[in-house]
Design a protein around this ligand. Structure first.
Ligand code: ZN
Length: 105
């Protein structure tokens, strides 16, 4: 494979940070099913307003994180980017709510 095609592939790949958010979502989901207060639970959801914003507490940085959806595009107010763990998590959460209906938090 040429160097150029590798670079192209890298570009197409989703961000590593967003991937980490997906992993955190899996962790969070399993904690919600088993033990909400588990220390393994990476985030505490505070508020979900579908298609507007999601607020959750990040246990790693010890801060509330606000993800705002503008025209369905997520933006992290904490990291000031659309490419972080929080965005990855919020997108998974949003899709989960669309599939399963609003959740009891
Ligand atoms: Zn963030």
């Amino acid at each position: 494979m040429s160097r150029k095609s590798i670079t192209e592939l890298e570009k197409q790949r989703s961000s590593a940070y967003v991937d980490l958010g997906v992993i955190d979502f899996m962790k969070w989901l399993s904690c919600m099913e088993n033990d909400k207060d588990s220390p393994d639970n990476p985030f505490i959801i505070k508020e979900i307003v579908q298609d507007k914003y999601t607020i959750f507490y990040d246990k790693e940085i010890l801060k509330d994180v606000v993800i705002v959806f503008k025209n369905c595009i997520p933006w992290c107010n904490q990291c000031e980017t659309d490419d972080c763990v929080h965005v990855g998590f919020a997108v998974c959460l949003k899709q989960y709510c669309i599939r399963n209906g609003p959740m009891d938090i």
